[in-house]
Design a protein around this ligand. Sequence first.
Ligand SMILES: Cc1cc2nc3c(=O)[nH]c(=O)nc-3n(C[C@H](O)[C@H](O)[C@H](O)COP(=O)(O)OP(=O)(O)OC[C@H]3O[C@@H](n4cnc5c(N)ncnc54)[C@H](O)[C@@H]3O)c2cc1C
Length: 391
Amino acid sequence: MADSTPDGVERRLPTEEARELLALTRDIARREIAPRAAEEEDAGHFPRDLFTLLSRSGLLGLPYDSEHGGGGQPYEVYLQVLEELAAARLTVGLGVSVHSLSCHALARYGTDEQRAAHLPAMLGGGLLGAYCLSEPSAGSDAAALRTRAVRDGDGGDWVIDGTKAWITHGGIADFCTVMARTGEEGPRGITAFLVPGDAPGLSAAPPERKMGMKGSPTAQLHFDGVRVPDARRLGAEGQGFAIALDALDSGRLGIAACAVGLGQAALDVALAYAVERRQFGRPIADFQGIRFLLADMATRIEAGRALYLEAARLRDEGRPFGRLAAMAKLFCSDAAMRITTDAVQVLGGYGYTADFPVERYLREAKMLQIVEGTNQIQRVVISRSLLKGGR
Ligand SMILES: Cc1cc2nc3c(=O)[nH]c(=O)nc-3n(C[C@H](O)[C@H](O)[C@H](O)COP(=O)(O)OP(=O)(O)OC[C@H]3O[C@@H](n4cnc5c(N)ncnc54)[C@H](O)[C@@H]3O)c2cc1C
């Protein structure tokens, strides 16, 4: 069965429950999220209440097991929900995606006791997560991270010291999934920890002053002797980098879905404007130069959507999907950049002003080409996978 978007695009929604979830998402997006987006992004206001609403509505833990408070939905359904949220406001769609990324290590690598203790609150209890991998000197080369976790005697506690950079929800997150060095240099000396947001010794720098996504705080986090019991270590010692990369495979699909949502929002504005705006005695939509821009935008959106859904299908079937996820992140974020740029062009001078949302969309799209691995790094991942064979 397929649902359809307002512009008639067929969607993959396998069950009645999934169709209801998408309808609920659209309703929340239209009534609660979109109307506040422009003003709050301008003011740099993070809409914490919307995340509480999404949590209460069961939309914050969709792809995780219902046993621990998740929605038990296939990834392809979760991603279509993300697309709708991002179309209404990228800060919200991306925030849900980052939250989900932050839950991944515990959900997949935690023990039964750890899952039972923490996951229900993280998935449906109104908590918000942060994923802490990048550092000031370790971005694309994340395995060079220097934040250290050292055992304190035989007591079982770890003590974490160091600085994480560019952390989405930095300073407002209730919990942080933190990758820290516990052993040798390189990827094998890294371990993952679940750190409470209010742990003594953990502090945040003022949020970065970004070109877009001002409502989504991005900040450095300083760890100054942060004590974490061994019961909050996720996975084995030395497994942290593999866990971080595994989470990113799934997270990149979230970025792809958000990029498609942003592109769709830009196309919707451009289409409506092209029909209304008249020059040379007729709507600019009559001019082939404008029509071709619209056609290319729609084509990129459909191609991107098909690509992320195909990667999600592989993931839902338990098959390798990392290469396709990197391709989806690369293609969809590049598409969003191109689509939002062309949307500004369709609106001419008005597109360059804050009277229409497309200039904001353009600034937001740029971020999607950088986060969770720049698009150069996606090409590194894709080409490495091609040369190794398999998927
Ligand atoms: C708004 C925002 C939110 C973010 N949120 C988070 C978060 O929540 N958690 C988190 O851990 N991180 C987060 N990040 C960090 C993000 O993942 C990094 O910015 C990204 O991985 C790039 O690292 P860098 O900025 O240090 O750039 P660098 O690694 O210094 O790269 C600089 C340039 O060199 C290129 N380059 C580097 N290596 C290669 C190579 N081998 N081949 C070709 N080109 C290369 C890059 O593509 C880039 O163009 C966020 C970043 C931003 C901007």
